[in-house]
Ligand binder design. Structure first.
Ligand code: BDR
Ligand code: CA
Length: 313
């Protein structure tokens, strides 16, 4: 199991982002969530921020700061994924209209910079939405580069889900992704190749619901909506809980197999914008910049997830 780590969760909750937060905040997680920062992605950043605050309510994370970030990609038009996450970005579970706490006054980018600069090289950025905030933080304060322990992100893959070539998080802001992938910070990437090995089925959803505590019920309600939209839009038999892979890795890295590869982000292609071009056979001769997750121990992953839900009492 991994050692204790401080993490900042930069996200766009989002059903699978919420499931990642549930995993990170559970009793059996050694991780300390320093802050949750939000970005425009699955829906607009205002909605993603409200959702993050509501998730904090469900999980009793009253002391975890939630900071609102970028409301659009660096250059291109905003694009959202309402067909997957619903109009609120977190359709399905019954949640109160208004969260108990307010977002932090500081902008997400400044929260990231502040937490990293004041750390002891021990803050990991977990990015499960478009990489706009992370790129802005790098550009605003390059001094954070040498202090980030690792960027663990969900995005990309050797195939796409938003275009034939691109995965949603990278496609939404490929210019930001390019800044992050070229930054020199150690990157561990959970792309579609591996997140499509973490497909929650109805059977799993029922198993989680049967655990019976309110958080497990919340997770099952999230899955109920998420499974339906993934089945409808992508024709999958269930829903890949992409973002939760990042946290599962931080809790137990041995659940995954990795390869070190060079990945460049396509920002110019007519048909390939947002593609994570992976040099799997080493033809570029460039130094690898990414620890690329290839395989998941599925049984171990679901066991971890189920133990996390049980730990909520
Ligand atoms: C990614 O896109 C979002 O809809 C999910 O939350 C995940 O981060 C998967 O392509
Ligand atoms: Ca996400």
């Amino acid at each position: 199991m991994a050692n204790n780590r401080k993490i900042i969760m930069d996200c766009d909750p989002g059903h699978d982002d919420a499931l990642a937060i549930i995993l990170a905040a559970s009793e059996m997680s050694p991780l300390k969530i320093e802050a949750i920062t939000t970005v425009s992605g699955n829906v607009e950043v205002e909605k993603n921020t409200l959702n993050a605050l509501k998730v904090c309510d469900v999980l009793d994370l009253e002391h975890t700061p939630v900071a609102k970030g970028a409301d659009r990609p660096l250059i291109k038009q905003r694009e959202v994924a309402e067909e997957i996450h619903g109009e609120t970005g977190l359709d399905g579970p019954a949640l109160p209209e208004l969260p108990a706490k307010e977002p932090a006054e500081a902008h997400a980018v400044d929260v990231i910079i502040d937490k990293v600069l004041n750390s002891n090289h021990d803050v990991t950025l977990v990015a499960t939405g478009p990489l706009t905030n992370v790129a802005l933080a790098i550009k605003k304060e390059p001094g954070i580069l040498s202090k980030i322990q690792e960027i663990v992100l969900m995005g990309g893959g050797t195939f796409g889900n938003w275009t034939p070539a691109a995965e949603f998080n990278i496609y939404v802001d490929a210019e930001a992704a390019k800044i992050v992938f070229d930054s020199g910070v150690p990157i561990t990437m959970f792309g579609l190749d591996v997140t499509h090995q973490a497909i929650a089925t109805r059977e799993l959803m029922d198993r989680f619901g049967d655990i019976g505590n309110p958080v497990a019920r919340f997770a099952a309600d999230l899955l109920e909506f998420f499974l339906k939209t993934n089945e409808k839009v992508f024709g999958l038999e269930g829903g890949p809980i992409h973002d939760a892979c990042t946290i599962a890795y931080l809790i137990n890295p041995s659940l995954f197999d990795f390869e070190h590869v060079r990945i460049d982000i396509e920002t110019k292609g007519e048909f390939t914008y947002g593609m994570t071009v992976a040099d799997m056979s080493g033809v570029t001769g460039k130094q690898p910049n990414v620890k690329f997750a290839r395989f998941l121990n599925r049984d171990g992953f679901w066991e971890l997830f189920s133990d996390a839900l049980k730990s909520y009492g």
